[in-house]
Design a protein around this ligand. Structure first.
Ligand code: PFF
Length: 460
């Protein structure tokens, strides 16, 4: 139970609350959602099982697990995952910090009223561009993350997941009830669940695929590391199914909530298309809690608690990937390793935190030329460059390596004995999994990489 909640907490994060609603919006809803569900089932679920089984069979974290399960050279793939976790953590913390800022703001507004005529777009820009505020917020969030991982898997990570995930579900359900009471909810449900394939762009499939990695925390060894904490006697298949279903459910609920608000306010749909994801969560919603959302004075602050909790259960898994590598492969004690890793990651968090205007050099940083385009998509600023590199390069390449490892480099017997250990549910067929992990998943993931290199598709 503790493990399943921790892994679910890793999966549920800003990807669900922030990114998924936005890409669903950009890709015109319905048909995209259906394609996304297919990607999750056909690619996400098999790879989730692969990562968990590699972790459990070896009882080691990413690098050691891949070395032992597949071969010494595969340690490099694990190391690539550790680097990915490191990079993602360094900037994820900054967005997480914004939720702290908006929590504080909404508490004030709920108590003393929403200031008339406040331009929330300007407020957002000011807070993001305020270097010392950004450093404080992201430092606060980093301390929380380090504080959890410091106490280890059972006393830290699993305990926090047990405590916070139920809170997160309750807040989300309260928000859903409130959203369904809004005038736009009908239109929102239609937009999300009524497929219209004429609206589907060819790149939507790829975008859905790319996001399924991010949202399920795959491709960087997080689930390998968490898999090493699963006990024998617990089914990897069942655990994977629960994690994947809950993650998907939360993403869909978040989308219903956000779109109900959007469709309830005249002119809002155009605003959202202009300001993008950041706009939805941190520019439009803060004000709407005080004008449109039923019980918004209570739900406003609660919503930002939700974002912060979802982010924390993800950041702790990211730090765990990095720390457990240092602990297992370099023999450093957990407490020392956690503090060390947290400290080094924070150095890079500083760069991300000041890349929204606070330090012009970092805000305008750019790698020109063909290589810059290929690796960073011509993105400007440290934050955007790091995000681009992780989503377009690190996660897909890591994911491809894992599918090849589990499908082609590990023996059939090794994977079969982990998945078919007598605990698997009746519906599970090993042969089906093997087909997906050998053929479907690698082709799908390779398509992402081809799209990035040759067609300039952007998954960040
Ligand atoms: N799954 C997280 C989200 O949807 O926000 C992001 C993430 C966390 C990716 C942890 C990878 C990871 F190891």
């Amino acid at each position: 139970m503790g493990f399943v909640l921790a892994a679910t907490g890793s999966a549920i994060g800003l990807g669900n609350l922030w990114k998924f609603p936005f890409i669903t919006w950009e890709n015109n809803g319905g048909a995209f959602v259906l394609v996304y569900l297919m990607c999750i089932a056909a690619v996400g679920l098999p790879i989730m099982m692969a990562e968990l089984l590699i972790g459990r069979s070896t009882q080691k974290s990413a690098v050691g697990a891949l070395k032992e399960a597949v071969g010494p050279a595969w340690g490099l793939v694990g190391l690539w995952g550790v680097m990915c976790g490191f990079t993602l953590l360094s900037y994820y913390t900054v967005i997480a910090g914004w939720s702290l800022f908006y929590f504080a703001k909404t508490v004030t507004w709920s108590l003393s009223g929403f200031p008339a005529g406040l331009a929330t777009g300007d407020l957002f820009g000011e807070q993001a561009g305020n270097g010392s505020l950004q450093l404080m917020l992201s430092f606060g969030f980093s301390i929380a993350t380090v504080g959890v991982v410091y106490f280890g898997v059972q006393k830290g990570i699993e305990r926090i997941a047990r405590l916070f995930l139920p809170v997160l579900f309750v807040i989300l359900v309260l928000m859903l009830i409130s959203a369904l009471g809004m005038s736009g909810s009908r239109e929102a449900l239609g937009f999300i669940f009524r497929p219209n394939f004429a609206e589907l762009e060819p790149t939507s499939l790829l975008e859905a695929l790319g996001h399924s990695f991010f949202t399920l925390s795959l491709g960087m060894g997080a689930m390998i590391t968490y898999g090493s904490y699963i006990s024998r006697g617990q089914s990897i298949v069942k655990a994977s199914a629960i994690i994947v279903v809950l993650d998907t459910l939360i993403a869909l609920i978040a989308t219903v909530i956000m779109f109900s608000v959007i469709f309830s306010v005249a002119g809002m749909a155009d605003d959202v298309s202009d300001t993008g994801t950041v706009g939805m969560l941190f520019i439009s919603l803060p004000a709407l809690f005080y004008s449109e959302v039923p019980f918004g004075r209570i739900l406003g602050p609660l919503f930002y608690v939700l974002v912060a909790l979802a982010a924390l259960t993800s950041t702790m898994s990211l730090l765990e990937v990095v720390a457990s590598y240092i602990i297992d492969e370099h023999g450093v004690g957990r407490r020392k390793a956690t503090l060390m890793c947290g400290g080094v990651v924070f150095v890079f968090t500083v760069l991300a935190a000041v890349s929204f205007g606070a330090v012009p050099f970092i805000t305008n940083l750019e790698v020109g030329g063909a290589l810059g385009d290929l690796l960073f998509g011509g993105k400007v600023g440290w934050f955007s460059m790091a995000d681009h590199f992780v989503s377009n390069w690190m996660l897909p390449t890591g994911g491809l390596a894992v599918t090849l490892a589990a499908g082609w480099f590990m023996t059939r017997q090794a994977t079969e004995s982990e998945l078919m250990d007598g605990t698997e549910p009746g519906w599970f067929r090993y042969g089906v999994w093997r087909f997906f992990i050998r053929f479907v998943a690698p082709v799908a993931v390779a398509a992402i990489i081809v799209a990035v290199i040759f067609f300039g598709v952007d998954f960040s």
